[in-house]
Design a protein around this ligand. Structure first.
Ligand code: B12
Ligand SMILES: *[C@@H]1O[C@H](CO)[C@@H](O)[C@H](O)[C@H]1NC(C)=O
Length: 424
């Protein structure tokens, strides 16, 4: 009897997957994140989000009818949006890649998806390949992609998991960027995406020419991610840890290497750090020990269909009576600085605070653009920080960079927000 129990215990131990520290509480936590993600489809204004779709498809639990409705929306609304960007000649390699991954994760036949640009119809994968060639050419003469290395990695990843042989000149540019330290904006997220992309390329076994360089790059990425682990378990910050863990798992990491990061993400999830659907979409797969590489072998057979959303009590949030004093400093590209002050209800988002400040007609104005992460601050006091000039409005509070954007960052106490036109 006893030996049987021991044997069962041993078997459970042996069969446990790397990083597996799940108990039943964790299962509940993951289910609640999964439901939050599913619920985010309902209130979705703007475009359907392919990253959210991808995470829903990688999950162990599904509401198949809701996922299929969302797939239809992607194929119409997102599809048309990408089509018009392509017609305008824009580089949208990241969005094309996410769209590809989302479709593939639904086991949708990619060869039937095409865009008509300038009267000519070509498949999604043909467009993705062409945009990657253009990005590669741009790297060849300016050492930078048109977009960024995060999106360049997404492109390699999407082609690779779709079974397309990635041109070795294209993957070599990513390998070189890693080896020569050319990846510099938001390093951890980008290294993580590059790690998954290059691991996929390695797994196909087609990259034989520079196999040693590929291995060097993968080792470098792994060491970089492990060295960026903080004492509290995060790799980079709260919002890069999910991608970093996905990358480590994809690259074959073991329990000891990411258990602390898993625990850090669960603590974040319990304290509602991941309320932005984009954040959940990059974190949930990691918590379920899935990575974007799993899309490659997805068969969509015998899937669970048990996810039900309980109707939500409408919560009425009254603006707080307590006001906090906010200082806003704007530093233009010339270096000229201006300061403003405004009292805002405690708990307002930075966006709400900026709207109040603008309403005072004291010279402060701003504009925003929408993105998958929410509103992106694009114009302040009539000055645009253009991505084409590699500039953006950097946000900080009392000298510390914000880790969230204007819609997610909440003003809980008096502080000085600095909005600075910065080059990257
Ligand atoms: C590259 C990048 C940037 C570049 C984008 C320009 C470029 N062409 O390279 C620059 C340097 C401008 C940038 C700025 C910021 N970023 Co940024 N960025 C990224 C990164 C690495 C990749 C984004 C991308 O290309 N996605 C692929 C495409 C397909 O998706 P997309 O949504 O269409 O991409 C656009 C938007 O994401 C937008 N964008 C980039 N960052 C942010 C941040 C916010 C809050 C919003 C709303 C939009 C936005 O620019 C992208 C390119 O056009 C992500 C990493 C990640 N995990 O997603 C972080 C990331 C999205 N950024 C982040 C942050 C915090 C910022 C800043 C707020 C930093 C700051 N203190 O000022 C600012 C935005 C301020 C503003 N003006 O509103 C966080 C967001 C976390 C959160 N919970 O909101 C991330 C997740 C990084 C991290 N781990 O902390 N970023
Ligand atoms: C999917 O979600 C909807 C709305 O919450 C629910 O009515 C439906 O029963 C769910 N589907 C399944 C199979 O549980």
């Amino acid at each position: 009897m006893h030996s049987l129990i021991i044997l069962a215990g041993l078997l459970a131990f042996v069969s446990s997957k790397p990083c597996d520290t799940e108990g039943s509480n964790n299962a509940e936590l993951l289910l609640s994140l999964n439901k939050d993600l599913l619920r985010s489809l309902e209130g979705q204004e703007g475009l359907p989000n392919p990253s959210v779709h991808l995470a829903l498809r990688l999950s162990d639990y599904h509401n198949l009818s809701k996922e299929s409705d969302h797939l239809t929306k992607l194929k119409t609304n997102l599809h048309n949006d990408i089509a018009s960007s392509l017609s305008r000649g824009q580089s949208v390699v990241g969005l094309l890649a996410l769209y590809t991954l989302a479709l593939k994760a639904s086991c949708y036949d990619l060869n039937t998806v095409s865009f008509t640009v300038g009267g000519k119809s070509e498949t999604l994968l043909t467009h993705l390949k062409r945009q990657m060639e253009q990005e590669k050419e741009h790297i060849a003469y300016s050492h930078r992609p048109l977009t960024n290395y995060y999106q360049y990695s997404q492109g390699v990843l999407a082609l690779c998991v779709s079974g397309i042989r990635v041109n070795s000149h294209v993957s070599n540019k990513l390998i070189k960027a890693v080896d020569h330290g050319h990846i510099n904006s938001e390093i951890i997220d980008t290294y993580a995406m590059a790690g998954m992309a290059l691991q996929c390329v390695k797994d196909t076994g087609s990259h034989v020419q520079n196999a040693a360089d590929l291995d060097t790059a993968l080792t470098k990425i792994k060491l970089k991610l492990l060295a960026s682990q903080r004492a509290d378990g995060h790799i980079g910050n709260e919002f890069s840890t999910g991608l970093a863990v996905q990358a480590l798992l994809a690259m074959g990491s073991q329990v000891a290497e990411c258990a602390a990061s898993m625990e850090a993400m669960r603590t974040d999830a319990r304290s509602n750090t991941y309320h932005n659907p984009m954040a959940i979409s990059q974190t949930l797969p990691a918590l379920q020990q899935k990575t974007y590489l799993h899309v490659k072998s997805k068969e969509c057979l015998n899937e669970d269909d048990s996810l039900v959303l309980e109707p939500r009590e409408p919560v009425l949030v009254l603006p707080s009576q307590t006001k906090v004093a906010l200082m806003v400093e704007v530093v233009k590209s010339s270096g000229a600085a201006a300061e403003y002050s405004v009292d805002v209800p405690k708990g307002s988002s930075l966006l709400e605070a900026l709207v109040l400040l603008q309403g005072k007609n004291n010279g402060f104005t701003f504009e925003k653009e929408s993105s998958l992460w929410g509103p992106f601050l694009s114009v302040v006091n009539e000055e645009q920080a253009r991505q084409s000039d590699r500039r953006y409005w950097h946000l900080s509070s009392d000298g510390t960079a914000l880790s969230q954007g204007i819609n997610d960052f909440k003003i809980e106490a008096a502080q000085k927000i600095t909005i600075k036109n910065t080059s990257y």
